[in-house]
Design a protein around this ligand. Structure first.
Ligand code: SF4
Length: 388
């Protein structure tokens, strides 16, 4: 049996990648796994969430809660914000549980067997609740860089399939509906959910079986795209390089608007790809390796006091007034929201917040946001002219 620290070749969390690029799992396996500060911070935040959920839903005693929380606080990655995000997560689970006609069975951090759909597949689902014909799966995401949608999310669907299997001995045949929610409180307090019937979910599971088999058996097909972002082989992948270098096909003729649209689509990954190459080259050089034609130099640095307190004390002793040495600056809106918590912030200051239209930003047609309104921007310009 795999231990919790082992990783399946085809994991649920990387399903969005191997479903799109079946070559990725075997290709990635050549490169060492690396953890990041963000990943470690996410792991800690997950533990805090689990603790809060245990207290709210599984009646963990105050003493056990306090002891565990004290342990977690010792982690150098600790941030008080984790208390707020964990509270949001636990409240969402409690509301979800209350929406069942009778108290559901709740399992936290449940290990699920996915091998009916992906070879040797398994995973750990943050929360599964079941009862009254319905299964609900929740996943917590601590990141705030990339919003994760629950709609069509293969990780969530695989967890749901795994949970159906885990609960089959007790609930087999009586569950008809499945819902899956992603709680990403640092981006939004609203939890997006996807709903499916068990039949639809199983049909989807059947549809990915051949893809999973191809990805597992290898060599698979390379298919670069947005899913390359977290691939361990992203810097050394020839298919990704070829896709980005293929932009040269367009040289020598004036470009039409249609071609510019096409180039924008094809070049979406170009900047990120170049940044990945830079990171790879820097890491290699730092580790003592060589990248022909490149070297590392010391970047720009700013002067600083070796001991700021001592420097200021020198000025005070020299007779400079404190008011000359310090600026009194208001906290930013985000800092205040972080300090007060989202709810308190909304209660106290919600009515005083304005949100002007952002600068026009070019995105593909598939982007869900409303098109930029030039009328709103013209109106803003008019108001500015009137006030001059
Ligand atoms: S970088 Fe992209 S194309 Fe290359 S293996 Fe990874 S996911 Fe596939």
């Amino acid at each position: 049996m795999p231990t919790p620290t082992e990783h399946a070749l085809l994991s649920a969390s990387s399903a969005y990648r191997w479903l799109a690029c079946t070559a990725a799992p075997r290709f990635e396996a050549q490169f060492p796994e690396r953890t990041s500060e963000y990943a470690e911070e996410g792991r800690l935040a997950h533990s805090v969430c689990e603790l809060y959920a245990r207290r709210k839903l599984l009646l963990l005693s105050d003493r056990a809660f306090d002891m565990r929380l004290a342990e977690l606080r010792e982690d150098p990655r600790w941030s008080d914000e984790m208390l707020q995000t964990a509270e949001t997560y636990a409240c969402y689970l409690a509301e979800k549980a209350a929406s069942y006609p009778t108290t559901p069975y709740v399992a936290l951090e449940i290990r699920v067997d996915l091998s009916d759909y992906i070879p040797e597949g398994f995973g750990t689902c943050d929360c599964a609740m079941i009862g009254d014909g319905a299964l609900h799966i929740t996943d917590y995401k601590h990141g705030k860089g990339v919003p994760v949608s629950a709609t069509g999310n293969p990780q969530m669907r695989l967890y749901a399939l795994g949970a159906l299997k885990a609960f089959a001995p007790v609930y087999g045949g009586v569950i008809s509906g499945v819902s899956m929610g992603i709680c990403q409180p640092r981006l939004s307090e609203a939890v997006e959910e996807e709903r499916m019937t068990v039949e639809e979910l199983r049909e989807w599971g059947e549809s990915i079986k051949p893809v999973a088999r191809e990805a597992y058996d290898g060599p698979g097909r390379f298919c670069p795209g947005e899913h390359c972002r977290f691939c361990r082989g992203k810097s050394q992948c020839r298919a990704r390089a070829e896709q980005n270098m293929a932009l040269e096909d367009f040289r020598g003729v004036p470009l039409s608007d249609t071609e510019i649209g096409e180039l924008l689509e094809r070049g979406k990954d170009l900047v990120q790809w170049y940044a990945d190459l830079q990171t790879y080259a820097s890491d290699t050089l730092l580790a003592g390796g060589e990248i022909p034609g490149w070297k590392l130099v010391a970047g720009r640095s700013n002067r600083a006091f070796a001991d700021t307190d001592a420097a200021y004390q020198t000025l005070l002793t020299a007779g400079y007034d404190e008011a000359l040495l310090y600026d009194r600056k208001p906290k930013t809106l985000s800092e205040l929201e972080k300090m007060l918590g989202k709810k308190k912030f909304a209660d106290l200051l919600g009515k005083q917040v304005v949100k002007p239209q952002g600068k026009p930003t070019l995105v593909p047609m598939s982007d869900k946001r409303e098109p930029y309104s030039t009328a709103a921007s013209d109106f803003a310009n008019l108001e500015t002219m009137k006030s001059q």
